[in-house]
Design a protein around this ligand. Structure first.
Ligand code: PMP
Length: 439
């Protein structure tokens, strides 16, 4: 198991057993840059005011990658870096109509609302996740301001400084950013092409852990998915874990090949905390997500949310509910899947045509990302600077590793670039890599 940092973490516990916060290992705490949202204008110096900041805020670092990625918003750059969904998939007319309906009756959609969320939407979500005779209680559904907020609330309610948090290798940078605010120690679990290896959850990993964070579907950043037998093996283990498995599943509906996979939630509802989102299948700007958790935890999450933002925008929740009642999701999703499948095909075709020997990648069966492994001596951070010179961009793999950082990976998003530009961009990238390899 790739959990060497655990040993160090345990060694760093004082004689009293109290956690001693480790100095951030190289690459941790994760740098704060967002490739999932358009870049804001926060420059590095704006992040270091002269006032006394909390220790929490002080550990937030900006990143050289962030400054490079800011440049990638220039129109001449073919950017595979952004994690944004394609706006061509946003059902603008249906949202306009749903907004009119949501505002039709009275002014309630504009009033403060319960923290837990709009009851009819909670019911719709609970029904969608009820299966095989297992019923999800709408009371266990908490609407959040994007699923990103669910990660923050889970950090608030489950993590103390020094708590152990288990993650995949690599994992979603945004989750590391949310959890890191609460100063955990990460355990990076060994993974293969199918996701986390059940054997990695051995006694040493389990000890002292507060949560295990997983993305079974089309993982960000690797695009990999867990086959059904791996899910079953993890769900079978879940009962023995004295902490929840957090199943982060924003790409759930974006499957291209084969059928929808069962969620861990459906297999072990008492042991899994499920985070869902309307961002990738509807519109990320509405900022509506949700978390489904056993009541003992969902009540705590709701208290934490109340302190954060009182509630998720009421109008946006009602828009989504109106659209759901109208059957929009079932009508709209096949087109969204077909769009991203075409994008994936264009990316995979370009990679096989152009990439030199020594570069390998996976075949994502859904989602938005493909993960490239370059020869071990190539540092993709350095490569990014050269790539930008050639007007092409990607996200280096480094920030996605909680520990044991590996530098020869890159994440490519095929969500927003047209197939013709995918061809051109992959061609430029391949030429650069070929030069580095010397082939
Ligand atoms: N989890 C994962 C794995 C993601 O990729 C993202 C966004 N890119 C989120 C959570 C957050 O999504 P949102 O807040 O828009 O629901």
């Amino acid at each position: 198991m790739a959990c060497e940092r655990f040993a160090e973490a345990h060694a760093a516990r004082g004689a009293s057993g109290a956690a001693v916060i480790l100095p951030a290992p190289e690459g941790r705490a994760p740098p704060f840059f967002s490739y999932e949202t358009p870049m804001s204008d926060l420059s590095a110096h704006a992040l270091t005011p002269s006032w006394n900041l909390s220790n929490r805020a002080k550990q937030i670092t900006s990143s050289a990658i962030r400054d490079l990625l800011k440049i990638t918003e220039r129109p001449e750059i073919i950017s595979f870096a952004g994690g944004l969904p394609s706006p061509t998939t946003f059902p603008v007319e249906a949202i306009r109509a749903a907004a009119v309906r949501a505002l039709a009756d009275d002014a309630q959609a504009l009033q403060y609302a319960p923290t837990e969320g709009y009851a009819p939407l909670r019911e719709w979500i609970a029904a969608r996740h009820s299966s095989n005779g297992r019923r999800i209680d709408p009371q266990d559904v908490l609407i959040t301001t994007g699923s990103q907020q669910a990660l923050d609330l889970l950090g608030k309610t489950l993590i103390d400084p020094g708590s152990k948090v288990l993650v995949e290798t690599p994992t979603y940078l945004g989750a590391l950013q949310s959890f890191s605010m609460f100063e955990p120690v990460y355990g990076s679990l060994a993974c293969d092409a199918d996701g986390v290896l059940p054997d990695a959850l051995d006694a040493a990993a389990i000890k002292g852990t507060r949560l295990l964070y997983l993305q079974p579907n089309f993982q960000n950043p690797t695009g990999r998915s867990m086959p059904a037998d791996r899910r079953r093996a993890l769900a079978a283990l879940a009962d023995r874990l004295p902490f929840p498995i957090v199943e982060d599943d924003p790409y759930h509906d974006l499957y291209f090949d084969g059928a929808e996979q069962p969620t861990l939630l459906s297999m072990a509802p008492e042991r899994v905390v499920y985070c869902g989102s309307f961002s990738k299948i509807f519109a990320p700007g509405l900022r509506v997500g949700y978390v489904i958790a056993p009541r003992s935890l969902s009540a705590k999450l709701a208290q934490a949310k109340q302190a954060s933002d009182l509630h998720t925008p009421n109008l946006n929740q009602r828009i989504i509910h109106e659209a759901a009642l109208d059957g929009l999701f079932d009508r709209h999703l096949p087109a969204v899947r077909a769009f991203y499948a075409g994008q994936r095909d264009a990316m995979l075709a370009a990679l096989s045509r152009d990439m030199p020997e020594g570069v390998t990648w996976n075949q994502p069966a859904g989602g938005m990302f493909v993960w490239l492994a370059l020869p071990a001596h190539i540092d993709t951070r350095a490569l990014l600077a050269d790539a930008i010179e050639e007007n092409v961009a990607f996200v280096p793999g480094e920030p996605f590793f909680a520990n044991d950082v590996q530098r020869n990976f890159m994440r490519l998003s095929y969500a927003t670039v047209t197939p013709a530009r995918i061809d051109e961009g992959v061609g430029r990238l391949a030429a650069l890599i070929r030069r580095r390899i010397g082939s």
